[in-house]
Design a protein around this ligand. Structure first.
Ligand code: ADP
Ligand code: MG
Length: 384
C-alpha cells in the first residue's frame, strides 16, 4: 500500500456541505433588495448558507452588510425578494419568532446586572426553571472562560470580557442561526486574534450556524468557512478564503483582498489552455493559464500577488512573464522583505520575499537594476 493511500484513510472526514451540490441550504437569500427611498442599499443579492458554516460578509463601510444581516434578523423588511431559514419563508415572521439571535457591535449589556444575570436574562424571561438556568449559565460562562467573573458588573470588565458576555448571552438560547455584526470591532489587535480562535472553537463545539459581518479582510480569512464580498449592495464573489485569495473573480475582489499587482493589457492569442497578453507595462508578453474565456483584442487585467513575483539581477531565461525595472523602495519587515520596483512605463510593482535565512548574503537594495518574473500558473486573468 502506498503512503498516500494510508494517509488518505486516517485523515478526518470533514463534511463541507457547501461543496455538496445536493445539500439543502439552511439559509436561502433569494434576490433580496432593500431600498431606503431612492437609495439601493442591497441590490438583488442571492446567497445560500449551509448548516454549521461560519459565513463572513466582508466589505467596506456602507456596502450593505449590516442591512443584509438586519433583514435576516427581521429588523428590516426587504423591498423585494425572499429569505428562507430552515425552509421557512420569513416574510411574515417577527424577529423574536425567528430561530435567530443577533449580537450587536455595542454589546448592549444591562449595566446594573451582573455577568451571570446578563447571560441568564433571556432564559428567565422565557420562564425556564431556575435550576436549569443556573446550570446553563454556568456552563456557558465556562465555555467563554468567564466563570470566575460571574458576579461582576459590566463596568468592571475589559472590552474583551464584555464581548464574551455578549456572546454568551447570544448563545445561551441555542439559536440555530447566530448573527454577529462586527463582533470583534471594539477589541485591540492581539485580543481580536485570540477571540477569533475562540469563536471558531465555540462554533465547532455548538454546531450553530454563524453569519459574521466584518470590514476586516484578515478577520474574514481567519474565521470563515466561506466569504461573501460585498460592494455597493452587490455580492462581488462568494468563495472559500483560499479560493478568494488565489482565484479572485474580478478586479474589485483582487484588490480588496490582500495586495496585488494588476497589469492592464489586451489579448493577442487565446488558445486551448493558455492566453497571451500584451501589456504596455511589460517588456515581454504575458502568458497565463486560461480559467476564463477571452478573445483576441479583448481588454483584460492580469493579477499577480507580490509573493508570487520573483526578483533577480540576471535576466531570466524565459520567453514570457519577465520585465526589467529598478528598485525604488525596500523595507525589511522581519519575516519578509517588501520591494517596490519601477518599470520603464513608470508602473510600480510590489514584490515580497520571505526572509528564510538569517544571513541573506548579498542583499538586493535601492536603485538596483533587476528583472521581475513569475511562473505562468501564478497569474489570474480578469475580464471584469
Ligand atoms: P455596512 O454595514 O456595509 O457598513 P449598511 O448596511 O449599514 O452598510 O448601509 C448600507 C447603506 O445604506 C449605507 O449607505 C447607509 O447609509 C444606508 N442606510 C442604512 N440604513 C439606512 C436607513 N435606515 N435609512 C437610510 N439609509 C440607510
Ligand atoms: Mg455595518
Amino acid at each position: 500500500m502506498s503512503i498516500s493511500s494510508e494517509t488518505e484513510k486516517t485523515k478526518p472526514q470533514i463534511t463541507q456541505s457547501w461543496r455538496d451540490t445536493k445539500a439543502k441550504p439552511f439559509v436561502q437569500i433569494e434576490q433580496i433588495t432593500k431600498k431606503f427611498g431612492e437609495f439601493t442599499a442591497v441590490d438583488s443579492v442571492s446567497l445560500d448558507i449551509y448548516k454549521n458554516e461560519l459565513f463572513c460578509l466582508l466589505g467596506g463601510s456602507g456596502s450593505g452588510k449590516s442591512t443584509l444581516l438586519r433583514m435576516l434578523a427581521g429588523f428590516e423588511k426587504p423591498t423585494s425578494g425572499r429569505i428562507l431559514i430552515d425552509g421557512v419563508d420569513m416574510a411574515n415572521i417577527e424577529p423574536w419568532e425567528r430561530p435567530v439571535n443577533m449580537m450587536f457591535q455595542s454589546y448592549a449589556l444591562f449595566p446594573h446586572l451582573s455577568v451571570e444575570a446578563n447571560v441568564a436574562f433571556g432564559l428567565r424571561r422565557e420562564g425556564v426553571k431556575s435550576q436549569e438556568v443556573t446550570q446553563r449559565v454556568q456552563k456557558m460562562l465556562d465555555m467563554v472562560q468567564l466563570g470566575h467573573l460571574a458576579k461582576r458588573k459590566p463596568h468592571m470588565l475589559s472590552g474583551g470580557q464584555r464581548q464574551r458576555v455578549a456572546l454568551a448571552r447570544a448563545l445561551i438560547k441555542r439559536p440555530k442561526l447566530l448573527l454577529l455584526d462586527e463582533p470583534l470591532g471594539a477589541l485591540d489587535k492581539k485580543l481580536r486574534e485570540e477571540t477569533q480562535f475562540e469563536l471558531i472553537n465555540l462554533q465547532d463545539e455548538l454546531g450553530i450556524t454563524f453569519v459574521v459581518v466584518t470590514h476586516d479582510q484578515e478577520e474574514a480569512m481567519t474565521l470563515a468557512t466561506r466569504i461573501g464580498v460585498m460592494d455597493q449592495g452587490n455580492i462581488a464573489q462568494i468563495a472559500e478564503p483560499h479560493e478568494m485569495y488565489e482565484y479572485p473573480a474580478n478586479r474589485f475582489v483582487a484588490q480588496f483582498i490582500g495586495n496585488v499587482n494588476l497589469f492592464e493589457g489586451s489579448v493577442i492569442t487565446s488558445e486551448k489552455d493558455s492566453v497571451t497578453i500584451h501589456s504596455p507595462d511589460m517588456d515581454q508578453l504575458i502568458k497565463a493559464n486560461h480559467g476564463i474565456s477571452c478573445v483576441p483584442n479583448q481588454s483584460v487585467s492580469v493579477a499577480i500577488r507580490p509573493e508570487k513575483m520573483r526578483i533577480s539581477r540576471e535576466r531570466p531565461d524565459a520567453e514570457f512573464n519577465s520585465t526589467p525595472g529598478i528598485i525604488t523602495d525596500y523595507a525589511y519587515m522581519g519575516s519578509q522583505s517588501v520591494f517596490k520596483v519601477r518599470l520603464a512605463s513608470g508602473k510600480e510593482v510590489r514584490v515580497t520575499l520571505p526572509n528564510n535565512a538569517r544571513d541573506m548574503g548579498d542583499r538586493l537594495t535601492w536603485d538596483e537594476s533587476v528583472y521581475l518574473s513569475w511562473d505562468m500558473p501564478s497569474s489570474v486573468v480578469l475580464t471584469s
